[in-house]
Write a protein that binds this ligand. Structure first.
Ligand SMILES: [Zn+2]
Length: 125
């Protein structure tokens, strides 16, 4: 049996193609404004698997980019640029700034994965 789209009660009555129970139908006819139940979309297992793969892939990419940026920044500092040269200092500054940008993306990718794991946990309990 279908469910009333307003209250969720079992009904075999259809109105305009949508299932509606007699009570809600009467209330609507009386001029009451009814709001439809919000359907919680059920996420299928393959979709979850794909989402997880995507998040893990993002994490791998972010991690690689961060470690590349970190290596460049470390090298730039290790090479001890002539600090009296503004250009050299500026370039070193850029590599370190870039490392910070990539670090932020890396932590964001980690957070996204943690949120996914939390959602999984709460949907199972
Ligand atoms: Zn109803």
């Amino acid at each position: 049996m279908a469910q009333c789209e307003f209250c969720g009660a079992a009904t075999s009555l259809y109105d305009g193609g949508s299932p509606v129970c007699i009570e809600c139908s009467n209330r609507r006819d009386a001029g009451e404004k009814l709001t439809k139940l919000t359907k919680v979309p059920r996420v299928s297992e393959p979709d979850l698997q794909r989402e997880k793969e995507g998040l893990l892939e993002n994490l791998r990419i972010a991690r690689d980019r961060f470690f590349d940026a970190k290596r460049l920044a470390t090298n730039a500092v290790d090479q001890r640029p002539e600090i009296e040269h503004a250009d050299a200092c500026f370039a070193m500054n850029q590599t370190i700034r870039n490392e910070m940008v990539e670090f932020k993306k890396y932590t964001e990718a980690l957070s996204a994965l943690a949120e996914f794991a939390l959602r999984q946990k709460s949907s199972k309990s």
